[in-house]
Design a protein around this ligand. Structure first.
Ligand code: HSE
Length: 353
């Protein structure tokens, strides 16, 4: 079954998603009859590519690999450079909007407006953008539910490593008392390189940027804002809290020196930037982001590089730790893929009724 997709914000994650679509096209078709048609790709810096017949993904990937960009795709397409993202959501017919613009943790824009517009037009939404989900998840989910639309947010925490889909499907009726973990790939990568290779903070950060882990402005990573956004998302989506940014205490890794790291290692501890969300006895949710010395015996201590991990403390299962990639092109592209596939299955089911 054909499914029409539009993409807003075309950077690393968008490329990762298209590469997966291309690589897994046969399996997706054979197993699920999944026939994606990318009808529009628009990016503030790169312009817009619109083809209601479906953009040739293989051709576009080849152009980009050879150093070209959206504007170099020329295969009988119609590119309306003057159409902005909102016009595209308004005018182009599609089933799913994938929102991958840069995260803005202060306003959640322009993503929040894009998402609301898509819901207004009856489109499902998948996003890896943490801004709108950290700030406005409850409002957005309410609109989606009212319209019987899905809002896929898997990529906002732990990139493609399953968190939300996994918890929703397989955790109830467990009660989760606490979630704690490593939520930022860049800082974990830096701390690991400083400890294991004696790399300087600056070189490790530069490498993390080159590998595509860091945010557009890496202050968001090293000062703990990115981890804070993820803690906020976990609080409000999984723990059903209603926290605001200001309710979470935050400290980044910039005060941690190589000496601190070496000293800690001598006594069996490792510094990790830990995000934590806890439900207190009175039902109140308390959350924080801070560097903590974690004992070598704790599973979180062995999580290295850009890998992320979350430990869920539950009443029925005790502690469950999920570990996996937390950033990266294919890894986050995969998170988009799982949510798109979930929506596809829902649409497919509805059509068959
Ligand atoms: N900058 C983020 C990180 C990307 O390093 O974890 C994934 O959200």
């Amino acid at each position: 079954m054909e499914i029409k997709i539009e993409i807003i914000g075309f950077g690393t994650v968008g490329m990762g998603f298209l590469e997966i679509l291309n690589k897994k096209a046969n399996i997706l078709k054979e197993k699920y009859d999944f026939l994606p048609k990318i009808v529009a790709i628009t990016d503030k810096m790169k312009g817009s590519l619109i083809d209601e017949e479906g953009i040739d993904i293989q051709r576009l990937l080849k152009i980009i690999k050879e150093g070209g960009d959206l504007k170099d795709y020329n295969n009988g397409f119609f590119a309306f450079e003057e159409r902005n993202s909102l016009d595209i959501i308004e005018e182009i017919k599609s089933d799913i909007l994938i929102e991958m613009t840069y995260t803005n943790l202060n306003t959640g824009e322009p993503a929040t407006t894009h998402i609301k517009k898509a819901f207004e037009k009856g489109k499902h939404v998948v996003t890896s953008n943490k801004g709108p989900i950290a700030l406005y998840y409850k409002d957005l989910k309410k609109i989606a539910d009212e319209k019987n639309l899905l809002l896929g947010i898997e990529g906002t925490v732990l990139s493609g490593t399953p968190v939300f889909n996994l918890i929703e499907e397989t955790f109830p009726p467990n009660s989760i008392k606490r979630i704690k973990g490593i939520l930022n790939g860049t800082t974990n990568y830096i701390l690991t390189k400083m400890e294991t290779e004696g790399m300087s903070y600056e070189s490790a950060l530069k490498k993390a940027q080159e590998l595509g882990y860091a945010e557009a402005d890496p202050t968001a990573d090293v000062e703990g804002f990115d981890a804070l956004a993820k803690v906020l998302i976990l609080s409000n989506v999984i723990m059903e809290g209603d926290l605001k940014k200001e309710d979470i205490t935050r400290e980044g890794i910039t005060r941690i020196s190589s000496d601190d790291i070496n000293e800690a290692a001598k006594s069996g501890y490792r510094y990790k930037l830990i995000g934590s969300v806890e439900k207190e006895e009175n039902g109140k949710i308390k959350a924080s982001v801070k560097p903590l010395k974690i004992s070598f015996s704790d599973p979180l201590s062995g999580v290295s590089g850009a890998t992320n991990a979350l430990t869920f403390e539950t009443d029925l299962l005790g502690s469950v730790t999920i570990q996996g990639p937390g950033a990266g092109k294919i890894e986050t592209g995969f998170s988009i893929m799982i949510d798109v596939l979930r929506i596809f299955k829902k649409i497919n089911k509805q059509e068959r009724k």
